[in-house]
Design a protein around this ligand. Sequence first.
Ligand SMILES: [Zn+2]
Ligand SMILES: [Zn+2]
Ligand SMILES: [Zn+2]
Length: 181
Amino acid sequence: MDIQTRQQITLRLPHHQDKAEGCCICSEAVDLPRSDGRTEELLVLPCSHTFGSICIIRWLSHSPNRSCPLCRRRMIYRGCGHAVKPYEVARAPRCVREEDMPDLCLVCRGGGVLEEQVRVIRERQMAVQRTLQGLRTWFPGLVGGVFRVDTVESRIGASKRKEEKEVAAIYAELEKDREEW
Ligand SMILES: [Zn+2]
Ligand SMILES: [Zn+2]
Ligand SMILES: [Zn+2]
């Protein structure tokens, strides 16, 4: 079977039904220790071809044109030039034809929105912190009298912690089980 035909057949499959249990680069079984003692897990590329994790990661980082070893499809996002990362078979998105691949990688796609959300949070919390600092600097008597200094300190601390928590939540959201290439 030529590569073109094989690619068309695998792309017609609704999900990864390619049950190859071995890594076709090193020819050893996956999920079992290899002869060098290391264990590979099965990873899949958007063309639906599967490989052992150690071999495919090494292949994609060293091969000059970054392509699938079986169908030679390039594993680079056209728009941003970043590498396509193989997914663990169990949590991989469906396979996608080359022409239907997004132009930008997930990080570049989410990047602008993400940065804006982080900027808004940081600015809001910085305004709160500036107000509190201002109270302490300009109205020491007032702060000492009405709000105690340690209250101002603890409120600034709380504001910073809130900021960190909100920013961390945004990054966690991006990292969550993704179903996209
Ligand atoms: Zn291998
Ligand atoms: Zn392929
Ligand atoms: Zn990118």
